[in-house]
Design a protein around this ligand. Structure first.
Ligand code: ZN
Length: 253
């Protein structure tokens, strides 16, 4: 275990920090499939809930939530000048939804609550196993993925929102629990927590967007009448998305 830890630290020290290199794809996909395990029972409504939740998780991971920038692919004529409905200043790209300064305090409190959840959940799982509750603020703040930023070079909280488990998180939790089953159990709980918080944050945005569309009398019919005739290319598209998708393909094949 210590050997892996050293290898991991060296990896970071050498500046080898392309973000998707730092993704633990094993855990990322494991959680995508198992994240609501604790709630599973065999009723029909639960399985509907599960498939809906899975779909939501996938669109977060692939950055496919229906932002204004995505809607330009549909009806550019309508959405050409539309911005993020909270600041009305910036293009509503996937990242902007989470990093807009106008909602910074909301994301900051999600990050704070996640840190508190992290500590409490770890320690109570450890106590249940008759182990010492070793997790404290100091340890949590050593982890480097708490930034409320988008980064091309390191894993941030935006990646956590997407459901990405970094190698760093995998190593820390492995060292904390020294037990794979317990580590997985914790990561499922953590993923559920971050998902619920971020999905509610996104729902608030959807309500605001709906309100704006109602005000400007944009409805399904109007969009349908104004569908793009030409192919639209998003000027904000990310080239590194391609890396993510080839990563996804590699892992899922
Ligand atoms: Zn903004």
């Amino acid at each position: 275990m210590i050997q892996h830890w050293e290898k991991f630290l060296n990896l970071n020290r050498n500046g080898y920090r392309h973000p998707y290199v730092n993704v633990d794809w094993h855990y990322t996909f494991l959680l995508l499939n198992r994240e609501i395990e604790d709630k599973i029972d065999s009723t029909y409504s639960t399985s509907i809930f599960l498939s809906k939740r899975k779909k939501q998780s996938v669109i977060l991971l692939t950055e496919e939530i229906p932002t204004v920038e995505k809607r330009k692919y549909l009806a550019y004529k309508i959405f050409e000048n539309w911005k993020y409905s909270f600041c009305e200043q910036c293009d509503e790209t996937f990242d902007h939804v989470w990093i807009c300064e106008l909602r910074a305090s909301e994301i900051d409190s999600i990050i704070q609550e996640t840190k508190e959840f992290f500590e409490e959940a770890c320690n109570s799982l450890l106590i249940n196993e008759d182990k010492d509750p070793i997790v404290n603020d100091k340890l949590i703040n050593k982890m480097t993925f708490w930034d409320r930023t988008y980064s091309e070079t390191k894993i941030t909280f935006i990646d956590l929102i997407k459901g990405i488990i970094s190698c760093e998180l995998a190593v820390y939790t492995s060292l904390i629990f020294e037990n794979r089953k317990l580590q997985e159990k914790f990561l499922v709980l953590l993923r559920n927590f971050v998902f619920e918080k971020s999905w509610n944050f996104w729902i608030d945005r959807c309500l605001k967007q709906k309100e704006k569309e109602r005000r400007l009398k944009i409805n399904f019919k109007k969009v349908k009448e104004n569908l793009n005739e030409d192919k639209y290319i998003d000027p904000n598209r990310k080239f590194n998305q391609l890396n993510l998708f080839s990563g996804l393909e590699r892992v899922s094949s």
